[in-house]
Design a protein around this ligand. Structure first.
Ligand code: NAG
Ligand code: NAG
Ligand code: NAG
Ligand code: NAG
Ligand code: NAG
Length: 343
């Protein structure tokens, strides 16, 4: 080693040090400009996005009808666990003052429902939900198996507590002519949900696929009867089911329930007028001191929370501007110092 070292005196740092110092200095000069430009451009982009989002959020029309108290009789009935077999429907009339133009979405909104509790969030079997192993109920406590030890499908607390009110919207065409507003119950989920995260176990006959399992204890019908009219919306592929299984992060949350089918009177959206929600009230909330409401909204491409997103973008944009000005100032003073040093 020592010998070698003596053989190559040219590798000693002395000479190259100057070069090395020059090179990064040059790069720094170049990259400062690039970084500044990127910061500035990103700042402008974020700011514009933010403004667009805030403007579009303001054009969203939304009405919310809180039906826990309007359907008080049903709410009281559901407080008592022995009355769950009894049907309870409730009609909630309302007047829509302005046309709701474009696509209209119907949501249910729950207040005070803790879908984010850690034990609850983990109580599911992804192996089951992707159709890999229908018998895998390992992580589903306390809803793994039924009383006679049969595995539950879909197992777990999330699936068991699925929202099960049915909400029908009807429109008063003339004084006593009511028509049901056509609503679609598909394409309510993300693409990855329907094609990656949820799959039915693969056998030809859907009910055969669930042989050897039992329905969740709180459900009235097995999973393969959620929507018998449409195989693509049945079993684990049911949109209502998938929507419920995507757990909410806050105790107050809104989940997509239906979307307006734009035909006939509803080609351009919902016309102003008299409407009523016909609600089959099954899901208990008063026991947990919660509340339920139904929301109609003209959601834009940017989603329902675009006001929040818009603010986030605007703030980020402003911050990036500030940062780029600060960087520019630093850069300038450094440049000045360098110049005076050279002089
Ligand atoms: C729902 O309506 C009731 C009675 O009108 C009211 O007391 C309650 O605060 C409302 N809840 C929400 C979340 O708006
Ligand atoms: C609705 O859900 C509740 C709570 O999960 C359950 O107790 C009830 O039996 C269900 N009713 C229907 C009709 O599915
Ligand atoms: C699927 O299986 C069930 C029960 O084995 C049977 O009643 C039903 O007719 C079958 N459906 C089809 C389409 O084969
Ligand atoms: C809506 O209903 C109210 C009360 O039932 C009635 O007075 C009003 O004329 C109705 N409006 C329309 C546009 O049908
Ligand atoms: C609401 O739905 C129930 C059950 O589907 C039906 O019996 C009732 O007539 C409906 N009420 C209205 C006002 O549409």
């Amino acid at each position: 080693m020592e010998k070698e070292f003596h053989h190559h005196p040219s590798r000693m740092p002395d000479n190259s040090a100057m070069k090395q110092q020059k090179l990064p200095a040059h790069q720094l000069h170049f990259s400062a400009r690039v970084v500044l430009t990127i910061f500035f451009a990103t700042g402008v982009f974020c700011f514009c996005m933010g403004v667009i989002l805030i403007l579009s959020a303001q054009s969203i029309q939304e009405i919310e009808i809180n039906y826990t108290y309007i359907c008080e009789n049903c709410a009281k009935l559901r407080e008592n666990a022995f009355n769950f077999d009894q049907k309870c429907t409730c009609s909630v009339p309302f007047y829509l003052q302005e046309n709701m133009e474009g696509d209209v979405y119907m949501y249910y909104k729950l207040y005070g429902f803790y879908q984010n509790h850690y034990r609850y969030v983990l109580s599911r079997s992804n192996n089951q939900l992707v159709g890999k192993d229908i018998m895998d109920v390992e992580d589903c406590a306390p809803f793994k198996v039924s009383q006679n030890k049969t595995p539950i499908a879909p197992c777990g607390a999330i699936a068991n507590s699925m929202f099960n009110d049915t909400i029908i919207l009807s429109y008063t065409l003339k004084s006593s002519v009511h028509i049901q507003v056509p609503m679609l119950k598909t394409e309510l989920t993300w693409w990855t949900d329907k094609y990656v995260k949820f799959q039915n176990p693969s056998l030809i006959n859907l009910s055969d696929r669930f042989v050897g399992t039992e329905k969740p204890p709180y459900w009235q019908a097995p999973i393969y009867e959620l929507d018998t009219s449409d195989p693509g919306n049945n079993g684990f592929l049911n949109d209502d089911f998938i929507v419920w299984m995507r757990t909410a992060a806050f105790p107050t949350f809104k989940k997509l329930y239906r979307r307006l089918y734009r035909v006939q009177y509803f080609m351009d959206g919902l016309p102003a007028g008299n409407y009523s929600f016909n609600i089959s009230y099954n899901f208990p909330v008063t026991r947990i001191k919660g509340e339920k409401s139904v929301v109609l909204s003209t959601l834009t491409w940017s989603g329902g929370s675009s006001l929040f997103l818009g603010l986030a973008y605007t703030v980020t944009g402003a911050f990036l501007w500030l940062a780029s000005f600060a960087l520019m100032a630093i850069h300038m003073t450094m440049k000045k110092k360098k110049l005076s040093y050279r002089r």
